[in-house]
Design a binder for this molecule. Structure first.
Ligand SMILES: [Zn+2]
Ligand SMILES: [Zn+2]
Length: 375
């Protein structure tokens, strides 16, 4: 077995929004380095209206990076300045022109989807904003009929006057534009959660996906953004958190990566501290995704000074028949500070003391308790 081979168990496409410092191709190389099989990127600075057309060299370099890295899915995210529902005609015109640029660049780079927030209605009514958005989308699709890149409307948090935080609003926009092969949807877990869709339990998650399917249609879902949320259910405040560390919690992400209805949809992280944390969050998603095929889930809790390890309080996908001793080896491999844990700690499985050669079972909660830390 080649260690560089992605595990055959991890079939679904998982990745992150990667920085493009030093050139667009670097987003793919950096993504490959941390194990992405899907990458999202900005094709120009997201905080500037101005953009220079892509050079032939950039385009060739990007395509080469795609084939070198084998990254199977790419998408672009549009500039933050774009508001396709803008009331002000100058802003609207500028937004549409900038979005044409987004689609053009994506086309040249062979990126199939440009993800966009649905805009804000500001001083208008929500209905009037939606109408503006619908006519913008119609115009954009018409004027780019010779291009391959499509538009993926992202479910939003509903912050301020942001459009598209309810599935039925998105459905209305899609209906207004009319069915189009280059018009799809992106579901963001943080956004739907703070917009009021409770995905934290198996029942809740299932219901939300069913509602998405009924109102929008899963066939319209092109990409998923996996972000935990800093703010609570229904708060409509958009702050992304690391996977499993926010208000949503790890279970929803386990459900997400293992839901058979969503297996073909690429998942992209947009969590904070990209440089340091994308690798960690991606590994978490990969572990959760592997769980279904690798064997089982267990939950690990560390006490005393070990609790400072990032291996603490996590759901872990492990092979069936794993012993506690082997588990400590896996944990120590990920965090060398845990190397002496097996010899020092008492082990409890589901709150009953156990020995190192005990075989773990699906759903076990395994606690490592050093002396003098109670418990
Ligand atoms: Zn997003
Ligand atoms: Zn967001």
């Amino acid at each position: 077995m080649d260690d560089d081979d992605p595990s055959p168990a991890v079939k679904r496409l998982l990745g992150a929004h990667m920085p493009t410092a030093g050139g667009l191709a670097n987003s793919l190389y950096a993504g490959k380095e941390i194990g992405c099989t899907a990458v999202q990127l900005f094709t120009s600075s997201p905080r500037q209206w101005q953009h220079t057309p892509l050079s032939d060299e950039t385009i060739a370099g990007f395509k080469q990076a795609k084939s070198k890295t084998g990254i199977a899915f790419t998408c672009a995210h549009d500039s933050y300045l774009i508001n396709l529902a803008a009331y002000d005609n100058t802003v609207l015109e500028r937004s549409q022109r900038a979005f044409l640029g987004e689609l053009q660049r994506a086309h040249e780079l062979e990126i199939p989807w440009v993800v966009t927030h649905m805009g804000a209605y500001l001083d208008m009514t929500l209905e009037a904003g939606q109408q503006k958005l619908i006519s913008s989308l119609k115009r954009l699709l018409e004027e780019t009929s010779d291009l391959t890149a499509g538009i993926a409307l992202e479910t939003t948090a509903g912050q301020g006057t942001g459009l598209g935080y309810r599935f039925d609003q998105i459905a209305e926009v899609l209906e207004g534009v009319g069915p189009h092969p280059r018009l799809g949807v992106c579901l963001d877990t943080c956004h739907v959660f703070v917009a009021g869709y409770d995905i934290r339990t198996p029942e809740g998650f299932d219901q939300v996906i069913q509602e998405f399917d009924k109102t929008i249609g899963l066939h319209r879902l092109m990409v998923i953004h996996a972000n935990d949320a800093k703010k609570s259910l229904g708060s409509r405040v958009d702050r992304h958190e690391h996977i499993g560390e926010g208000e949503i919690g790890v279970e929803a992400f386990s459900l997400l990566v293992n839901d058979p209805r969503l297996l073909s949809i690429p998942i992209i992280l947009e969590t904070p501290d990209a440089d340091k944390m994308h690798a960690v969050n991606l590994a978490k998603l990969q572990r959760l995704a592997a769980a279904a095929t690798m064997g089982m889930h267990i939950h690990v809790r560390l006490f005393g000074h070990y609790s400072e390890s990032d291996q603490n309080d996590q759901e872990l996908a492990v092979p069936s028949g794993l012993s506690v001793q082997k588990l400590t080896d896996i944990l120590a491999e990920r965090d060398p500070n845990l190397r002496d844990m097996a010899s020092i700690c008492r082990v409890a499985i589901n709150e009953e003391y156990a020995s190192l050669d005990t075989t773990l079972k699906e759903g076990d909660v395994v606690a490592f308790v050093p002396p003098m830390s109670g418990g």
